[in-house]
Each structure stands twice: as C-alpha cells, then as structure tokens.
Design a protein around this ligand. Structure first.
Ligand code: FES
Length: 158
C-alpha cells in the first residue's frame, strides 16, 4: 500500500481530534509524529486545508522545529552536546569525527538508517564533558575511541 494511503487515515483522525482548537498546528504536528513516527509529506496539504494555511506555511513550521522529522526515524538517536562546557572540552573534534563517519553535519540520518544525529545544548553532564546522549542514555567524558565504539555498536545491530 502506498505511504499516502497508509498515513492519511491517521492524519485525518488527528485533524478531526484537533478540529476547532486555536493554535492547533503544533499539537497536530506532534500528534502525527507520535502516531506515525514522522510527519509525512502527504500530511501537509491535508493540514494546510484543515487550518486554512498555505502548504508553505505548514512546511515552514515543520522545518523550523528540528524535532519534527519528515522521514522515518533511524534506529538510534545520537545527540551531541554543543554547549559551552562540551565545546571547550572536545565536542568540536567529536562533531568532526561524526561528520566523517556518518557524512552528516550536526543533523539528519545516516544513509544506512542506523543513526539520526541531532545537536543538543547541555545534557546536564557539564562536569564530565564532552557528552553525548544515545537513545536517551548519557555518555560522558567521551573520547574519540568511545564514540567510535558507540557508532560501531549502533551499526552492528542492523
Ligand atoms: S555543556 Fe555539555 S553537558 Fe552541559
């Protein structure tokens, strides 16, 4: 079944649920992402029509908030801390390592679908910088070798 047919009933259920609510765009987008895992492109015209917005306005909001995904999520979510303490203790070298291994600039998903990369601005582990969060678990005092091991583990469970 094509994705459009697969996702539209869910999108329509969500739109019906939020019908008549003021400021419904963000709750609708969150609701769709929670149910489908991402906001499919086929949802955009439906949302725009329901809220009397242009498709460009809806797409603008989706792209403005980096937490919204427009494709299915990768198997693992890796968030590299880019805040001050981590920056001063090696986060930029880790970012360069991620760029090289995943071919990603701070954001997006690896071509094999194993890892989605996102920046984060403090994980509450400043005393143990630099830090990343992998699938909700913080890894602190991260070295290049430990980051490599985490990436290898993510790719091995494919
Ligand atoms: S600055 Fe990175 S954990 Fe706080």
């Amino acid at each position: 079944m094509p994705d459009v047919e697969l996702h539209l009933p869910v999108v329509n259920t969500v739109l019906e649920r939020h019908k008549g609510s003021a400021g419904a765009l963000l709750p609708i987008l969150h609701d769709i992402q929670e149910r489908i895992g991402f906001v499919p492109d086929a949802a955009v015209p439906e949302i725009a029509h329901a809220l009397n917005l242009s498709q460009a306005e809806v797409r603008g909001v989706i792209s403005f908030y980096h937490d919204f995904r427009t494709a299915p999520p990768a198997r693992h979510i890796l968030r590299l801390c880019r805040a001050e303490s981590c920056q001063s203790r090696g986060a930029e070298q880790l970012a360069a390592q991620l760029r090289e291994r995943l071919q990603l600039d701070d954001h997006g998903s690896s071509a094999d679908g194993s890892i989605s990369l996102r920046p984060v601005y403090c994980l509450g582990a400043c005393a143990c910088s630099p830090a990343v969060e992998l699938d909700g678990r913080v890894h602190a005092r991260l070295s290049a070798e430990r980051l490599d091991a985490l990436l290898d583990a993510c790719r091995e469970d494919a």
